[in-house]
Design a protein around this ligand. Structure first.
Ligand code: MG
Length: 381
């Protein structure tokens, strides 16, 4: 497999390279690596994997990188056009899109347009541009392969079944770092409190999104597009142990569950080796005495879950607005500018201010910019 990795220095990207290191390396070659500003780590990855094409955030990073690597072997690109070059011009037959945020959408669309399969870790592609991605998939021979753990689980559970056999799918949420906090203390949670995720080791934004359940609402939307199910047949439940990653309820009441220790390397590897499971050194389940608990998503603790799904109901570029606002509000929270609870109230405020638009790449980009500016000057509530 000739693989291009977008977001190679992030949490998913680095774990993907570890996975490939342990798989048969003759089967995989890396055609391109794209990163943002972490030039030091990217140059190490280039030395190890020798990709012919790489991309970084901008000209300054490209300049710094050119002093660290052999530029006769590796072409350096930058910016959005650099990402698209890595995705579509490097000779890849699969793109692992592990970019964070709205920036991932154009790479997903361009790869599918070029008939290149996409292993999708960038959930924003489907959250903000689901209909656009769906339109491309209809005319492309390429596939989307889910990397998100819940969707990887559902994908495997659904594979042997006909659509009419499936009554609903169930996505689990850990409940995040503040799951057991008293409600009246949530506004005092510090970045350190929120970044201590109980089960998963992930990037900063997604860890905060796990505490607000924005991440879970995004995953419901992602599942809606990946598995072509209406929202009323997708349920989300809190499951503190994060051992059941997804469930499928069949039309006879039988429920299939996908269970395993939480480790992102497992779904990353499966997105590269499907339909085969390959050997992997991971922690194994210890069943004796193991509890599996499930609870409902309480709106008082997780109001953002319904705010995001309300935005999904509004359609157009509403989710692009909330996604952009979420990014800005989280970074303001991490800098200590606003309390944790203002992330959620800020999202509701941006949804109130959002003026409906039709969905297009241009509308997404304009709405993204508007929401960023609006979220940057929201007063803490
Ligand atoms: Mg997930």
């Amino acid at each position: 497999m000739r693989l291009a990795i977008l977001g190679s220095t992030g949490s998913i990207g680095t774990q993907a390279l570890e996975v490939i290191e342990h798989l048969d390396s003759d089967v995989f070659s890396i055609t391109a690596l794209a990163a943002g500003k972490n030039v030091a780590l990217l140059s190490e990855q280039i030395q190890r994997w020798q990709p012919p094409v790489v991309s970084v955030a901008g000209p300054e990073e490209a300049d710094r990188l050119s002093k660290l690597i052999d530029t006769s072997k590796t072409d350096i690109h930058h910016g959005e056009s650099g990402l698209l070059t890595c995705a579509t011009q490097s000779g890849a037959d699969r793109v692992l899109n592990a970019l964070v945020g709205a920036a991932g959408l154009s790479s997903t669309i361009a790869s599918l347009e070029a008939n290149i399969d996409v292993a999708l870790a960038n959930k924003e592609s489907l959250v903000i541009g689901g209909q656009l991605v769906e339109d491309v998939l209809k005319r492309s021979g390429a596939k989307l392969l889910p990397v998100d753990s819940e969707h990887s689980a559902l994908w495997q559970l659904l594979a042997p079944h006909q659509p009419e056999e499936v009554e609903k799918i169930i996505i689990t949420a850990s409940g995040g770092a503040l799951r057991d906090w008293p409600l009246d203390q949530l506004n005092q949670a510090t970045p350190q409190d929120v970044l201590k995720h109980p089960n998963w080791d992930m990037g900063a934004r997604i860890t905060v999104d796990s505490a607000t359940l924005v991440n879970k609402a995004f995953e419901v939307i992602e599942a809606h597009w990946l598995f072509h199910l209406p929202f009323e047949r997708i349920e989300a439940v809190v499951h503190p142990q994060s051992l059941v990653h997804g469930m499928v309820e069949l039309c006879d009441g039988m429920v299939l569950a996908h269970i395993g220790m939480p480790d992102m390397k497992v779904p990353i590897q499966y997105a590269l080796t499907a339909p085969l499971h390959q050997p992997m050194k991971t922690k194994r389940m210890n069943w004796i005495g193991q509890k599996l608990e499930f609870g409902s998503i309480c709106n008082e603790r997780y109001p953002a879950f319904l705010t995001i799904l309300a935005a999904a109901g509004r359609g157009g570029a509403a989710l692009a607005a909330l996604n952009a606002a979420d990014e800005v509000l989280i970074s303001r929270f991490l800098k200590g500018e606003i309390p944790f609870t203002s992330i959620v109230s800020g999202l509701q405020e941006i949804l109130n201010q959002y003026a409906p638009t039709e969905l297009s790449l241009e509308a997404i980009s304009n709405t993204d910019q508007w929401a960023r500016e609006a979220a940057a000057c929201l007063k803490p509530l």
